[in-house]
Design a binder for this molecule. Structure first.
Ligand SMILES: Cc1cc2nc3c(=O)[nH]c(=O)nc-3n(C[C@H](O)[C@H](O)[C@H](O)COP(=O)(O)OP(=O)(O)OC[C@H]3O[C@@H](n4cnc5c(N)ncnc54)[C@H](O)[C@@H]3O)c2cc1C
Length: 429
């Protein structure tokens, strides 16, 4: 069959890889590069280069088994990087570094009984992740969970809501409705593992480019945005230059908002269209820059992750150049603040808002997938708003359209091997 995959983020790339052996696959993206939200922007400072991430950056051990299996298969080396988080609490004029790195940080934490209580409750919340994941209860929101489990009433508004809002780059007002399941399932770590994230030398684009090299039987149409889709003995895709191509099957690997736009003129997909347009998003802008005024005021409080609570809004800077202590930063731009200088790169995104309703929409979507030859995949379509969900969502069309896919078989076997030998993923580092 002739299959169009629209969107060359990880979900679309995986779908193309799974389907290309049995079908004639064309992969479209309006951007001129592969990877979508997983995209590295290199900043050269003299002889040194910092590989700053414009999108997906953080991934952990237990919550990313498919990504770790894929990286192992692709032979992409990775390493575990212990991370510290600075939380700058402007309303209370207090900055804490977690975990503390020096006696000064310990003293700063102990100076406020209120902050110490919040930090201990944060620890309790993190420790409850396994139980919450086992319960798989999508209906319980973060604020309900805190209430039911007798966290102090100030922990939410004073600490955990701003903390999560800044970490996700999501609006503060949305955080109390975050499903506790989706929050904690992403943050889970192996027991005894120090807080941190995996990193890929050269950035996440190293892996998307390596995956791109596996797409040997896929026709790549990068820099080709699809403007419109109509039904006509299959599906006719019109690109932004007005060229039209016909396909038998359609996999939309975009955001829910973009999928809804593309399905607007496809009567057969009315059900999927309604579901896709019911997901909600927020607008966000990421800047890569060299301006230290977007970091905590005192240098000894700089961490890899720096969260700012301004009272009515939050924002984050992560220190892309932390490994070599170089001044390259990534900031989720706070409103009304002038752009940093020097400014290296700027990207605007719309990002999914997580709430319990998403699970209902995902179930509805699962019933409609493949009916009339259309599949919707991407990070919003299954589970939580993570890279792992994006990657796994490609299994949905693959299981139907190419159940014997050699690439799918390879990946599933690697997931299984990693599970029976859990240190495997790291040995690739
Ligand atoms: C700033 C940011 C930071 C993030 N950080 C993390 C993180 O640290 N860890 C994590 O797990 N997840 C993170 N995420 C979530 C991230 O979205 C997922 O990890 C994953 O990369 C999404 O993959 P995807 O394939 O679903 O979608 P995308 O990567 O968004 O790919 C969709 C593609 O569709 C293309 N497209 C859309 N419409 C059209 C059209 N009409 N024609 C042609 N092409 C089109 C787009 O150009 C895009 O390339 C982050 C997201 C953002 C925005």
């Amino acid at each position: 069959m002739r299959i169009a995959v629209v969107g060359a983020g990880v979900s679309g790339m995986m779908a193309a890889w799974f389907l290309q052996d049995e079908h004639e696959v064309t992969l479209f993206d309006r951007e001129p590069f592969l990877g979508g939200h997983a995209h590295t922007f290199p900043v050269s400072l003299g002889a040194q280069t910092v590989y700053a991430e414009t999108g997906a950056r953080f991934f952990f051990d237990v919550s990313f088994p498919y990504l770790l299996a894929l990286l192992r298969l692709l032979d992409v080396p990775l390493r575990w990087c212990p991370t510290h988080i600075s939380f700058v609490d402007r309303p209370h004029r207090h900055t804490v570094v977690l975990p503390p790195r020096s006696p000064r940080h310990v003293l700063s934490l102990l100076r406020s009984a209120r902050m110490l209580r919040h930090v201990l409750q944060l620890r309790r919340l993190a420790e409850s992740a396994d139980q919450v994941v086992r319960d798989r209860d999508w209906s319980m929101t973060l604020s309900e969970y805190l209430r039911h489990n007798h966290y102090s009433p100030s922990f939410g508004p004073e600490f955990i809501f701003p903390f999560i809002s800044a970490s996700w780059g999501a609006p503060l007002a949305e955080i109390p409705q975050f499903p506790i399941y989706s929050l904690l399932s992403v943050m889970r770590r192996s027991p005894g593992r120090e807080a941190g994230t995996y990193e890929i030398d050269g950035g996440i684009s190293v892996y998307t480019e390596t995956l791109g090299k596996r797409l040997t039987r896929t026709a790549l149409r990068l820099g080709t945005g699809i403007r419109r889709i109509r039904e006509e003995s299959g599906f006719v895709l019109e690109d932004e230059q007005g060229q039209a191509m016909r396909f038998d099957r359609l996999v939309l690997a975009t955001s829910a908002r973009d999928a809804a736009r593309l399905l607007a003129d496809v009567p057969a997909a009315a059900g999927l269209h309604t579901v896709a347009r019911s997901f909600r998003h927020f607008e966000t802008e990421i800047v890569i820059h060299g301006d230290p005024s977007f970091m905590p005021a005192q240098r000894h409080n700089w961490s890899m992750i720096n969260l700012f609570n301004e009272g009515d809004h939050t924002w984050m800077t992560d220190w892309s150049g932390w490994r070599d202590q170089l001044p390259v930063f990534r900031t989720w731009m706070p409103p009304q603040r002038p752009a940093p200088t020097p400014l290296y790169c700027r990207r605007a995104f719309h990002h999914l808002i997580m709430n319990p309703e998403n699970r209902t929409l995902q179930k509805r979507m699962a019933e409609l997938q493949g009916r009339d030859g259309i599949w919707l995949i991407g990070m919003y379509s299954i589970e939580t708003d993570s890279h792992e969900s994006a990657l796994k969502s490609a299994l949905v069309p693959a299981r139907e359209l190419s159940p014997q896919s050699p690439a799918m078989k390879l990946l599933l076997e690697q997931v299984h091997r990693n599970q029976s030998s859990p240190d495997r993923a790291e040995r690739s580092g």
